[in-house]
Design a protein. Structure first.
Length: 121
């Protein structure tokens, strides 16, 4: 495990939180967020350099430093088993202090497909 991050545990004003239910079990979701090649299929690559693992607690939590032109973001992935046998994935993105956080519609649901993330209707 690497060094702990310095961002707050609870989402703050600089955080955007995405919660989604996935049919896949936690081990498969962990692999998708923890392996850089698979993660880049979902999220793309940082614009200004590679992401860096700040904390890894398999198969439940992964914190990444995500470089941006505005500074370093922190992206936290938390994976929880769901009652249906799938997973609940929570992604918390703490933007750099200089970035503008654009509001995301409340109660929107994100889904993941081979083409990437999309907002469900």
């Amino acid at each position: 495990m690497t060094e702990a991050v310095t961002k707050p545990e609870a989402p703050a004003n600089d955080a955007v939180v995405f919660d989604c239910e996935l049919e896949d079990p936690p081990a498969k979701v962990w692999r998708a967020v923890a392996e850089p090649a698979i993660r880049s299929e979902w999220l793309g690559e940082p614009e200004t350099g590679p992401s860096e693992v700040r904390l890894a607690d398999p198969p439940e939590r992964l914190d990444l430093a995500w470089p941006t032109p505005e500074g370093e973001s922190l992206v936290r992935f938390e994976i929880f088993p769901s009652e249906e046998g799938g997973s609940r994935l929570t992604i918390t993105h703490h933007a750099p202090r200089t970035a503008q956080v654009v509001p995301f519609p409340a109660r929107s649901r994100l889904t993941m497909s081979a083409a990437g993330w999309r907002v469900a209707a």
